[in-house]
Each structure stands twice: as C-alpha cells, then as structure tokens.
Design a protein around this ligand. Structure first.
Ligand SMILES: Cc1cc2nc3c(=O)[nH]c(=O)nc-3n(C[C@H](O)[C@H](O)[C@H](O)COP(=O)(O)OP(=O)(O)OC[C@H]3O[C@@H](n4cnc5c(N)ncnc54)[C@H](O)[C@@H]3O)c2cc1C
Length: 520
C-alpha cells in the first residue's frame, strides 16, 4: 500500500475506485446526476511563504516546498475536497515542521510565540470538521507541525496491558508494533489506515469495534502535552479521585490547548478468533430495539452496526458490492476473543436476536464487511468526479430520543437537498452503542448543483439545527473543528464557553495554537 495520502482526495492513489455501470445508472435515474463534477486539479498555485527567512531559520528543519505545503492543506471533509476541486488553496500552511521529540515541539512553540506564528498540529490530516485550518489574520504565518517523525512505541507494559506511543504513529503501524508483542489496540475507525494516535486522542475518535474495545478516549490512560506555557502530564493510575480528570481536558482539545506528544493506551491480547455475522430485521425500529437489548443486557459484542432500510437497500456496509443490497434492515454483529468466549457470546446473542424478530444471514455479509471496511472513502472521490455530492455527518443521543433525532435529521437533509422533485439519497446506520444510547451516522448523496459547497453548507446547517433541537450532540466522534463551533457554543452554554476560554488562556495565552478551531 502507498502510505502517502493523495493530496486532492482520499488515500492511496493506486487504490482509486471506479463506479460500476449500475451505480452510474442509479446516479442518473434516481438522483438526476447529469454532468461530471469539477475534477481534482493536477496542481494548485500557492501564495509565497509569508514567514520571514530569519524566523524560518529559527525553526530548524522546516520545509516550505510546494509539495509539503499542498499535502498539509486542510483535512478530508467533502467541503475540503470541493475547495481543492474549485482551485482554492488559500488555507495552505506557509511551512511544515517535523519535530522528532517533545523538546523539539516545545522549541517550535517558543519560536511561534515569539514571532507570532499560528501553529496547526498535523497528525494524519484526516479531519472532517475543519480542524486543520487556522485563522491567519494577526499572524506572521501558519506553521503546520507534522508529527510523523514522532511515531515510536516508547514502552510496553504487558503486566498492566498498556503501551506508550509517540503521537504521530498511524493505526496500522501501531497495530504492527503491538502485534510483535501479541497485543492489539482494537481501534479501527474508517480512517484507520492514515489517521494517527495523536489525532484519535485530539478528536475523541471512535472505531468500528468500539462496542468491544471502547472509544479512543476510554483507551487513553495517560498523556503528555507540550503547550506554549510548558509541559502538562496527566494519568498516574487507571482511575483517580485526585480532582477533575485532566486527561479529559486534553482529550478532544483538537490542538487548541497543546500538542500531545505521548499517549499511554490500554492494550489487549490479539484475539484468537474474529467472528462477524449479519441478521435481518423487518424495519429500523425493530432492529433498533434488538440492538438496544444487546447493548443494555448483553452479551457484549465487539462490533454492532444496524443499517436503516435505505442503507440496507444500497448495501453500503459492503462497498465492493454497492447497489446489491436487500430489503429490511441489516444488523452486523461481531465477536472477538478466545474461541470459547466467542462461541458462547455468539450463541447467546443468536438466541436473543432471534427472539427479538431477527433472521440470521450468516457470516457471508459479516466477512464482506470486514474485508471492505476501509474501502468506502475511495468511492467518494469517484462520486465527486461523476457529479454527485456525497458527505457524511454523525451525532449521538439517548435511546429514548434516537428515533426523533433520526426522523428529524433525515427530513431536514431531504428538504434541504431535494431538487425539482428529486430527493437525495439519505442513508443511516446506528453504531457505537452504549447502555444508555448510541450514535447515528448519516451518508448523503445528491446531484451536485451549480455551487456544491453552498449546497452542502445549507444541508449541514439544517441537519445540525434539527439534531440540536431534538436534544442530540453536535458530534459523537468527528469533533468540533471550525464547522461545529456554533452548535458547540449552544451545547455547552455561555459559562461552558468561558471555562474553555480560561483554559485556553492559561495554556496558550497568546492564542497561537490552532486559532479558530474548537473554542467558540
Ligand atoms: C474517510 C474518513 C473516515 C473517517 N472515519 C472515522 C471514524 O470511523 N471514526 C472517527 O472517529 N473518525 C473518523 N474520521 C475522522 C478523522 O479520521 C478523525 O478525526 C481522526 O481521529 C483524526 O486523526 P488524524 O491523525 O488524521 O488527525 P488530524 O486530522 O491530523 O487532526 C485532527 C485534529 O487534531 C489535531 N491534532 C492532530 N494531532 C494532534 C496532536 N498530536 N496533538 C494535538 N492536536 C492534534 C489537529 O490540529 C486537528 O485539529 C474519518 C475521516 C475520514 C476522512
């Protein structure tokens, strides 16, 4: 696999997806897609680097090359990609630094404070909320701090089952390093192949196996961050009563409070057996009730995902077989562990799901999902090429409010994107379950209008207003970035915003860290 991310799209350029004739037909007939979208340009011109040469010299090993600046331009949301396709490179950093130690990060921050540089911590660059775009006004330049050189496994404690990593290690490399010792982290978001542990922590990421392994913030037991005012460390024991948990203050802080330079995470033995299977339910509400029963009363699965009727019909959980979906609602359930444990939980779950109206579909769809679980993002580039607008959004709520959140967000998206009686395709699945609630994840496809950026902006606003009105959170795992700030401000209230600003002013008094991100 080519590990260098395609700058104008997703992932490994050698794995670019092509659309089947049936998908092209569906786009034309069902969505009214007529003309191709703007292509990814071969290159984009950049403004000259604004950081003066004498300041660059103080930053040490720093790059101002066109290729480096372009590959650190924004993240990977659809609006980010549409801006590239429209030829807009205005947010490119002026320079890219690649420190290789905690002290190296502290040194960079000292220069940035003194010479008024905005600093953007850069992990895998997969942010989908505008988390990699800094305000430029009032700054002498923007410096991306790429953490890819800090990607070591620092230590491993097999007794406590913890491992300490530097932040720039990507998902697959972390798994490879742990597997040498017989362990796994078990964190597999769809961006796994490119995103980093530092990015997971800074955004409170959640992986596809979160039912079994937990969210990333639940896996972090200790951390260290470099801030413009010094080093902060938190986490001496799994749990502590020593005041509020400062780990939680840094988790999800999106580079606005400090740069995470070390993370100690919980690890588990590599499972002996991985078993994924699918079930079908008559409709979304029956499937949701079954899912809730399993989430609340067990047996605890490792993976649990329920597609609504629309997502099931399209077959989105199996990108390789898109368009070959079925009726009803498909539930995916997976178990990992020792052979005996997996067999026992699988058999208990089967009894429970059958009693709740489920019909078994066997391991075929489960194995197909596991094989194609990181493939879907490649389809987005092909769909954008073809003239479709495609984007995702997510939220979470309590079980009692989830049906209302689902209905109102769906309705808001359809209303905002309906064109001449042609409704968009709005697909949804429930994943990331808890005893008290779950996350809803929507995938939206429509024909691109003349201004697809404005088109998505209107739809996203409508959906965000709808989910907030229904009492759900603006994000379950994508974080705040720039895009979610207005809804975040309402969610935490004026006093909450004041607390965030007070923390920011203590750790980053001159406001150089990711200005414009997170803090309303
Ligand atoms: C196709 C696709 C699929 C995705 N699937 C999922 C999914 O399944 N689950 C999920 O949770 N998310 C998902 N995401 C969102 C994204 O991958 C996550 O937010 C991820 O955690 C970001 O990691 P990263 O290393 O790419 O961070 P980046 O994108 O580089 O950075 C994210 C934010 O964190 C800050 N940051 C990065 N590293 C550090 C650090 N060391 N210290 C302080 N701040 C830092 C950045 O400044 C930025 O604000 C997906 C995104 C895409 C494009």
């Amino acid at each position: 696999m080519n590990t260098t991310m395609r700058w104008g799209g997703w992932g490994d350029p050698d794995r670019a997806a092509t659309l089947s004739d049936s998908i092209r037909g569906l786009l034309g007939q069902a969505l009214g897609v007529e003309a191709p979208g703007a292509p990814i340009p071969a290159d984009l011109p950049l403004e000259p680097c604004r950081i003066p040469a004498d300041v660059l010299a103080l930053l040490g090993d720093v790059s101002t090359s066109h290729a480096d600046r372009l590959s650190h331009l924004r993240g990977k949301s659809t609006p980010d990609l549409l801006r590239i396709r429209s030829g807009d490179a205005a947010d490119a950093p002026d320079a890219v630094a690649r420190p290789d130690s905690h002290q190296g990060v502290l040194d960079l921050l000292a220069v940035a404070v003194e010479h008024r540089l905005a600093v953007v911590p850069f992990g895998g660059g997969t942010s989908v909320v505008g988390g990699l775009v800094a305000d430029r006004e009032g700054f002498a330049g923007v410096l991306a701090v790429d953490l890819s050189r800090m990607s070591r496994l620092v230590s491993l404690d097999p007794v406590s089952r913890t491992a300490t990593f530097e932040p720039g290690v990507r998902g697959p490399e972390a798994e490879r390093l742990l597997a040498e010792h017989g362990f796994t982290l078990g964190h597999f978001p769809q961006s796994f192949e490119y995103a980093t542990l530092g990015g997971f922590a800074a955004t409170r990421s959640s992986g596809q196996s979160s039912a079994g392994y937990g969210r990333f913030d639940e896996l972090v037991v200790a951390l260290r961050a470099a801030t413009p005012t010094g080093t902060i460390e938190a986490g001496r024991a799994p749990r502590s009563a020593a005041g509020p948990d400062l780990r939680q203050l840094l988790l999800g802080s999106e580079g606005a409070f400090g740069i995470l330079t070390e993370l100690t995470v919980r690890i588990r033995p590599v499972p002996e057996v991985r078993h994924y299977e699918a079930w079908t339910f008559e409709d979304f509400s029956e499937g949701t009730a079954a899912m809730r029963a399993v989430a609340q009363d067990g047996p605890a699965p490792t993976v649990l995902r329920l597609s609504d009727e629309y997502e099931t019909a399209i077959g989105l959980s199996r990108p390789g077989a898109l368009g070959s979906g079925a009726g009803g609602c498909q539930l995916l359930i997976g178990f990992e562990g020792t052979a005996d444990d997996v067999a026992a939980r699988q058999s208990l779950a089967a009894d429970r799901l059958r009693a709740l109206g489920g019909g078994p579909l066997g391991t075929g769809p489960g194995d197909a999902w596991a094989a194609g679980r990181f493939a879907a993002p490649y389809l987005r580039d092909a769909l954008l090429d073809a003239g479709a607008l495609v984007e995702t959004l997510e939220t979470a709520g309590f079980w009692s409010t989830l049906p209302t959140v689902y209905e109102t967000v769906r309705e808001a998206l359809v209303d905002a994107l309906v064109e001449q009686d042609t409704p968009p395709l709005v697909l949804c699945h429930i994943s990331h379950v808890y005893p008290t609630g779950a996350s809803l994840y929507f995938t939206v496809t429509a024909a691109q209008g003349p201004d697809p950026l404005a088109q998505w902006d209107a739809a996203k606003r409508a959906a965000s207003d709808a989910l907030a009105a229904a009492g759900a959170t603006i994000t379950h795992h994508h974080a705040i970035g720039r895009d979610h700030k207005p809804w975040y401000a309402d969610e935490v209230g004026p006093l909450g915003v004041a607390v965030l600003r007070a923390v920011k002013s203590t750790l980053d008094p001159t406001g150089i860290l990711n200005p414009g991100v997170l803090i309303p």
